[in-house]
Design a binder for this molecule. Sequence first.
Ligand code: MTE
Ligand code: MO
Length: 217
Amino acid sequence: MAEGGGIREKLVAIKQAWAESRRLITGAPDPERAARLPPGQRLLTNWPVLDLGLKPAISKAEWRLAVDGLVANPVTWDWETYAAQPQIEDVSDIHCVTQWSRFDNRWSGVATSHLLSVVQPLPHANAVVLHGADGYTTNITLERFAGDDCLIAHAHDGTPLTRDHGGPVRAIIPRWYFWKSAKWLTRIEVVAVDKPGFWEVRGYHNEGDPWTEQRYN
Ligand SMILES: Nc1nc2c(c(=O)[nH]1)N[C@H]1C(S)=C(S)[C@@H](COP(=O)(O)O)O[C@H]1N2
Ligand SMILES: [Mo]
């Protein structure tokens, strides 16, 4: 009985420790995860689809990415040229202005810093306008666009981007709200004077930092 009593004590101690750490309680505060969730956001594990109701169907064969405006070396990449560029992976969190966030998205594609090194923005270039094949546009400062977590992405968690999520290629700008991450990316316009995009002219903030809730202006 002495041994059985010892086991019982251990089991009680384990469960007591669980109670102290609030183990198994759904929604128990997890400081690490809470610190990653910007104010006013809730965490999802699924991945909602948001767009203007128009989802262009673009095959890899017909897809082109034009980079023009204030650059020394404008380019138009077809799929083969894009795929031949150095590829990177980056894991980042999505924060949508409609209050959902999704952690740990693994993006594959070409670093925006690499793209900029190819096209060589001119000294008076300050911002880029990303154009989607659905007519969508969004603006970002050149400095933010050049961030080392920003990609021209073709895959998410190892799977080619679906048409719903902006395939074959979309922008990923992790430190801003997700509306800055243009889907069906076909043109990057480098400009001197910031040019508000589709949502930016409709009341969304010109920047979009989730941590200071730059949702609307
Ligand atoms: N081309 C294009 N890109 C877009 C949009 C759009 O309507 N068209 N919507 C933006 C918004 S508001 C969000 S929240 C995200 C949604 O991306 P998802 O559908 O992959 O979740 O795409 C952004 N990029
Ligand atoms: Mo959005």
